[in-house]
Design a protein around this ligand. Sequence first.
Ligand SMILES: [Zn+2]
Length: 290
Amino acid sequence: MSNGTRIYPEEREPRAIKIRQPKHTGRKILLCVLSAILIIAIGGGVFAFIEYGPDLGFSIISEKTKDESQPDEPVNEEPIQSSEPEIPEEPVSEPEPVVPEEPEENPVEEEPVEEEPVIEEPEIPRDEWYMILVNRANPLPADYTFNTKTIDDKGHSVDERIYNDLAEMIAAGTSEGLDFVFYTGYRTVDRQNELFALGNTDIPGGSSEHNCGLGIDIGNSSDGEFEGSPEHQWLIEHAHEYGFILRYPKGKEQITGFDYEPWHFRYVGKEQAKLIYESGLCLEEYLAQE
Ligand SMILES: [Zn+2]
């Protein structure tokens, strides 16, 4: 009995315990090892995926792809940083709504550009009485009438509408010590035809500016040549200021149909006289402009 009792607990229980214990510890160790390996494997795998995944073409983390694209555009980063000070300029771009004011200014600028040709066209008042063209090809209309006014004690006269400007011009030159005389003023068409018939002129009645009262021959009291005299030089420089132009300039004979006449001045008004004087054109050329 004692052997049975000794053997029973000693042989079975201890053996079972001794055998079971190593089995439990072995499994635990194995589980620990396996779990450790699994953890290491998973951790390593995750690490490797995160670290090298992008290099293999994976793009899970968008921030890293952005970080990688930035070093490719280092030059762009700096201008972006430099553009940051430009950001305060955005308030400047915000007044860009002010820019719509510029297009408002542009049409304002364009309008004067359009006004210029509009102004230039009416600058030649061809229908005004003082712009009438009288020459061989353009004789006076038969019904052309006007009032005359005497300009000196010899009975010379002109269209009364030019009297004041003529008197002002003569007074201005006289005040500078010059001595003007009138050779020919207004001449009737009938008188013109008489002179033409006598061969004293080659210009028939109606084709001379003396017939319209706007042309006048001016000389001086000296016996010398009028051209080049102080009076002539002064008229060349100042006649346009009073509305008169040298009507038959040298070099324009083929256009005017008249020989050069340094003494013949024609009234066209102060504004047009200045423009014609500055243009260098004779009246035919000036009126022929578009
Ligand atoms: Zn004349």
